[in-house]
Design a protein around this ligand. Structure first.
Ligand code: SF4
Length: 464
């Protein structure tokens, strides 16, 4: 099985979706890079299939492929310029690649949504056709992209000191080498990067999350897409902390720490944090895929809870991400992190299991307790459907992150006070069950907006 780095799970990108925005964006860049001579491109067509067609509009897939074909890097793209860049394309009907070359592209006719066609390999398929050649890519969740003829396109041929394809492997490796999960993962990461590079990247991921939390807690307004969802995080932030303009994230964090908080306040803050990130995600903001964008709020919310209310240190936050990333990769290897394959349990469920494990580790849990926390959290997300209204990553997605965060904290608290040797269900059992459930789940509950809330909410149902 493939080697997956923590930094494959945590990627800096742009909202609202890892599979429908980030994946197609990366696929477009890969397609572009396969042209030995960019200048020879005269025209490109984009064909979206399956879930990418059905919810692509709401998830910004059409926007993502244009940005990818212009070779913008999602990690560094100036999200504030998005509206201008896309409206320039609409007006000029030209895509400009790296200021080096431009070719004709009319988004209204050159992006084709094949609403009733799905390709057999994976429901998230996109075919790019230029005047020179064509290629089909599959966005398999979490921003990962594969072609039909290769395995994971960003697969590395590295030899890791600790091979872990399931929870039993983690237990064995940690016990045999007397390592915590964080230490074991860190050793594996050294196969890709130096110690300093790993720590610097972990800190960059955390600071990107913190920026997103801060921005989300200080931005009012209506989310784009037509559902007219009012942003709530800034109002909740103001109600709890007062209407004070903080100049930096550090000042804001300090102010929260100095508040007197009871249980209800803590719960309210956790919800505020999760809402903040996912409102930013829905507004095409800068987010960290964790392990997806629809579920991007769970882990930052639990990490900020740990930082502010459990006094987690910088080193502990790094370890949180190492442990959480390892749990995310187990789900990717043994089941899926794609909602188009497994519904929302593959997004919110996995992020909640990751957060539960990370939190349990920094609270002092043993290896078995960390794995137990991940198991408890996923066990109570099994069967969760993906049914985004209007195909937007807003309802039920944004609130669902608050629930994922709370379940993670509950699971961590249960695991840390339990004896895992008495547990009836293992993490491997629950991963297998998740995959079995995913395969049985009706396709209308897998990111198609053809069932569930997406078809039943009263504002969309015509009056009798
Ligand atoms: S319902 Fe869940 S899986 Fe589906 S788009 Fe929303 S967050 Fe993602």
């Amino acid at each position: 099985m493939e080697a997956i780095s923590v930094f494959d799970i945590f990627k800096i990108g742009v909202g609202p979706s890892s599979s429908h925005t980030l994946g197609p964006w990366r696929a477009a860049r890969q397609f572009l890079a396969k042209h030995p001579d960019i200048q020879a491109i005269e025209h490109v067509e984009v064909h979206l299939f399956g879930s990418l067609a059905k919810t692509g509009k709401g998830h910004g897939t059409d926007i993502a492929v244009q940005l990818g074909l212009m070779d913008f890097d999602p990690e560094y793209f100036d999200v504030d310029s998005l509206g201008t860049v896309i409206s320039d394309v609409e007006i000029s009907r030209q895509l400009i690649v790296r200021d080096e070359h431009q070719f004709t592209f009319d988004p209204t006719t050159d992006i084709v949504f094949h609403m009733s066609e799905s390709l057999p390999f994976h429901p998230n398929a996109v075919t790019f056709k230029s005047n020179l050649f064509e290629e089909t890519y599959y966005s398999v969740g979490g921003g990962f992209v594969v072609t039909e003829n290769e395995e994971l396109s960003d697969k590395r041929t590295v030899t890791l000191p600790h091979h872990t394809n399931c929870a039993e492997d983690i237990k064995r490796e940690c016990a045999a080498n007397k390592l915590s999960i964080a230490e074991m993962v860190f050793r594996n990461e050294l196969a890709w990067r130096t110690e300093d590079q790993i720590n610097a990247r972990l800190d960059q991921i955390w600071h990107t999350m913190l920026e997103c939390l801060y921005r989300g807690c200080h931005t009012e307004g209506i989310l784009p897409g037509g559902l007219n969802v009012v942003r709530r995080a800034a109002k909740k932030n103001r109600e709890q902390i007062g209407d004070v303009p903080y100049k930096s994230q550090e000042q804001w964090c300090e102010a929260i720490q100095h508040l007197f908080v009871d249980f209800d306040d803590v719960v309210n803050w956790i919800s505020t944090f999760a809402l903040a990130v996912n409102e930013e995600n829905a507004a095409f903001g800068r987010v960290v895929t964790a392990p997806t964008n629809g579920a991007a709020g769970v882990i930052p919310a639990v990490m900020l809870y740990a930082y502010l209310f459990k006094k987690a240190s910088q080193e502990q936050l790094r370890e949180f991400m190492l442990v959480a990333g390892e749990i995310g990769s187990l789900f990717k290897k043994g089941a899926t992190i794609s909602a188009a394959m497994g519904g929302c349990m593959a997004e919110i469920g996995v992020s909640s299991a990751m957060a539960a494990a990370g939190l349990t580790h920094i609270l002092g849990g043993s290896t078995d307790q960390v794995l137990m926390a991940a198991e408890i959290s996923m066990e109570h997300h099994l069967g969760m459907t993906c049914d985004p209204i209007l195909g937007l990553v807003q309802v039920p997605c944004i609130e669902r992150n608050t629930m994922g965060a709370m379940k993670a904290i509950t699971a961590a608290n249960m695991a840390i006070t339990s004896d895992p040797s008495k547990a009836k269900v293992s993490l491997d059992d629950v991963i297998k069950t998740m995959w079995d459930t995913a395969k049985d789940m009706n396709s209308k509950y897998k990111e198609t907006s053809e069932g569930g809330l997406a078809t039943n909410i009263s504002v969309l149902v015509p009056e009798c």
